[in-house]
Design a protein around this ligand. Sequence first.
Ligand code: ZN
Length: 338
Amino acid sequence: MVTAPPSQPRTPLPPDAPSAALAVDIGGTKAELRARAGAADSGVVRIEWDAPGRPRAPDFDDDIERLDAAARRALRAVGATRPRTAVLALPATLGAEGRVSRWPGRPSWRGRRPAAELAARWNATPLVRDDALLAGYAEARAGHRTRAGLLYLGIGTGVGGAWLPPRPADTPPEGPDELRPCEAGHLVVRPDDGPLCDCGQYGCLQAYASGPALLRAAEARGEAAALAEAADACALAVAAIGELLPFATVVLGGGVGATRADLAAALSAQLPRRTRRGSTLPEVVPAVHGTAGSLAGALLLALSAGPPEHPSAPDAAARRGGAATTRTLETAEGDPRT
Ligand SMILES: [Zn+2]
């Protein structure tokens, strides 16, 4: 495996400067960041990896540079100059020392250490968690029933999952590590005649229900057939997971799961056929956070982790002229408003 040494930051952020909680959700096609200090909220700062006008080969070092620049912009928006705590939501598989061992979505990240690279720039070591785990955590804290267990399915470019064990009296989990991430997308639901998954196996849930899989199936066999196949694959997967783990609620999030009400309805309709007779059917509900669950979970963790907030952060935000109020402004990279 070819690895490069961490590149040197141009200007490390000073350790004693006003600080903020920083959440970073890194996906295969985009990244979203959000900073908060006291009542000041940066809103979402978005990076499109392959935005029009930026033709280039995917490159880890360039991605890190852009993440660093976007983080500094989000921090400035709340009157801070460094992260007090930072959390990265990442779909990649990590090996020893936080090295990316597998990520089909950003192949140039393989063998590299994103948290170490960003820690060198930020004077704060980011916590790294699975993106579906953080989304499931945000959902489990958003008012869903939890007393009989909760399964989160994040259906987007890929399919991820997280499971929350039954809790007393519908109480929310204290932290994301009370959930367990699971590779629900690579649960094989049709081993013999299923389509090829990008993991190399045939008939994975992800090969039916992910956004790209749905598009391919719709082109080949029509929208109705694609939806029916995806819903059946989801029902098989939910039934199989339900034989191993207890849950009474299935939360659908991600770009497909949170927006396709027809998929949720078709899954609910298909569950009785795919679930063992006599077992209690789980309720299928849309994600409260929609497609922003991973970023919401990362921000919850960043706010709860680490030392107390630097006392000067809200003051600094106030000096900037009213930034110490919650903003929901969405800013894209290079947006003149920032
Ligand atoms: Zn697979």
